[in-house]
Structures are given as structure tokens and as C-alpha cells.
Write a protein that binds this ligand. Structure first.
Ligand code: ZN
Length: 209
């Protein structure tokens, strides 16, 4: 907690004054152009890797950058309302023009899926990861997932989450009107590079794995 307090002090004394005009503008303006859906992973920081200022990204971060399909599209859907509400707000109210779903290397959620990890003691995670069912997890029981398989799963998951995203009525509406574009990315932690995922190609690659 000490680190956070020190960080706050640094922000208030040094960073905030340099951007005081921006923050004054943002006090009454919220017009982000992009909805960025990434993993909660501490190493993948949306504003840092895209070099965006406060006010420019509307961010949703979930374990495994999962986007549950819209509750109306899934029988017995649970636990997805917070994500659905955030998507609806970003698209229908704020009018974002683009949506990025960003996966990343060494993702803990994808590693668990790729390795077929026993999640009996982690029931919330086990339930949550069902939203990645279409990502093409091998469902095997290998203790260590080969990197190639993990990479394919990470890419397939981004494609699967883009498909889930399109089940949300606000997104479907905006897509039909040509008001929004969807983008799939995979961020590589050790190099900082971003691979673009073509939804269709990603899905077929995952299926072939
Ligand atoms: Zn992750």
C-alpha cells in the first residue's frame, strides 16, 4: 500500500499539474473513441501499450480477456452482467467507433485451459473460463502446455471473444450500421509487439489445433 500512496503523491505533485488542462476538460467530457477489452493481467496495461491519454480508452479488463456472449444469447447465463452493461454503455451511450479485444502471451487463464488444469478448488475461475469454450482448448491433461498450442489457444480465444462480442445487441446494431469496427490483437509481453488476429482465420486455426 505504501507504494500506492507514494505513487499518488507523485501523481498529484508532478504528473497532474502537467496535464491540468486535460483533466479540467475531462471533468465534463467523456468521449472515448475506443472500447479496449483486455486481460486483468498486471503486465498488460492498455493505456501504456497504445500510448493513449486519460479519456481516450474505455476499458474492460477480465481474466483471460473473456467477453461472455450476451445473457439473452446464452441459456442459464451467469455472472456476465457487468461486462454486458459496460459494453452496452460504451457502444450505445458513448458511441465508441472501434472495439479491440486484446489477448496476450503467457496468459494465466489460457495456460490453465491449454494444460487442462484441475480447477476444482477454484470454482469461480472454472465457471468463468467456460466463456472461452469456443477458443479451441484441447481439453487434454498435459502438465505443461506446449508453447505452440498455447499460442494457438490465445489467438483462437481472441477470435472467440470477438464472436461473443457480436452477440451483444448494441454491438450488433452498431456493426449493422457501420458505426463500429472490431479488432483482435495479441500482445507479446517480452517484445511489446502486437499481432493482429483476423477473426475468421483465428477461429479456423483454433479449430484445426
Ligand atoms: Zn491473461
Amino acid at each position: 500500500m505504501h507504494d500506492l500512496t507514494e505513487g499518488l503523491a507523485h501523481f498529484q505533485q508532478d504528473v497532474f499539474p502537467a496535464k491540468a488542462e486535460l483533466f479540467a476538460h475531462l471533468a465534463t467530457t467523456h468521449q472515448p473513441q475506443t472500447l479496449f477489452i483486455g486481460c486483468s493481467d498486471a503486465r498488460v496495461v492498455p493505456e501504456l501499450i497504445t500510448q493513449q491519454e486519460p479519456g481516450e480508452l474505455f476499458v474492460i479488463r477480465t481474466a483471460g480477456n473473456l467477453v461472455p456472449a450476451h445473457p439473452d444469447a446464452v441459456e442459464g447465463a451467469d455472472g456476465s452482467d457487468g461486462v454486458a452493461a459496460s459494453i452496452e454503455y460504451a457502444v450505445a451511450v458513448l458511441g465508441v467507433r472501434s472495439i479491440v479485444v486484446c489477448g496476450h502471451s503467457a496468459c494465466g487463464a489460457m495456460t490453465a485451459l491449454a494444460a487442462g488444469q484441475d480447477l476444482a478448488e477454484l470454482p469461480a475461475i472454472a465457471r468463468w473460463l467456460r466463456h472461452a469454450a469456443a477458443a479451441g482448448a484441447p481439453g487434454g491433461a498435459s502438465a505443461e502446455a506446449p508453447q505452440r498450442e498455447l499460442g494457438a489457444l490465445i489467438r483462437g480465444n481472441v477470435a472467440a471473444q470477438l464472436a461473443n462480442l457480436a452477440t451483444h445487441p448494441a454491438v450488433a446494431c452498431a456493426l449493422a450500421a457501420g458505426a463500429v469496427t472490431l479488432h483482435g490483437w495479441v500482445y507479446d509481453i517480452p517484445t511489446g509487439k502486437v499481432e493482429r488476429i483476423d477473426p475468421a482465420a483465428g477461429r479456423s486455426a483454433a479449430l484445426a489445433a
